[in-house]
Design a binder for this molecule. Sequence first.
Ligand SMILES: Nc1ncnc2c1ncn2[C@@H]1O[C@H](COP(=O)(O)OP(=O)(O)OP(=O)(O)O)[C@@H](O)[C@H]1O
Ligand SMILES: [Mg+2]
Length: 138
Amino acid sequence: MQLIIPSISNLPQAAQAIIEHAANNRIFLFYGDMGAGKTTLIKQLCKALGTADNITSPTFSIVNEYHAAKDKIYHFDFYRLKDQTEALDMGYEEYFYAGAYCFIEWPEKIPDLLPAHYSNISIQVLDDGSRQVNVENI
Ligand SMILES: Nc1ncnc2c1ncn2[C@@H]1O[C@H](COP(=O)(O)OP(=O)(O)OP(=O)(O)O)[C@@H](O)[C@H]1O
Ligand SMILES: [Mg+2]
């Protein structure tokens, strides 16, 4: 599925479509350059799932945990990871395989630890500033 998101105001609708497209997938990998809009989209996805928590980039903590009505949400940012063993050390498996929603920024940093199934989200900034988002279930 491909979406064009012209501006921030179109994000709620896009988030809903992405969650529906993912069906039973609960793990989402976000690819895109710095500033492409990964964190911004994750915020909307969390809102769409019904969390009232404040969503901030977990740059220093690697993972943030949020709560929605029925679901737990783990939000990862692996940008600062120096080595995949750091993900092993922080117990990534307990999060990935807990049945919770996992939103993962910079999955490029953990190429050997990716789960078998996930929704692959790639974000590109177009010339006019709109975002092209491709969603593929793997
Ligand atoms: N769909 C959109 N339309 C217009 N602007 C957007 C959109 N999505 C995000 N932005 C803007 O892009 C900027 C960067 O977004 P964000 O922090 O989400 O990027 P990121 O991909 O998470 O970057 P990083 O790799 O540094 O974590 C923000 O100022 C945000 O308002
Ligand atoms: Mg980010």
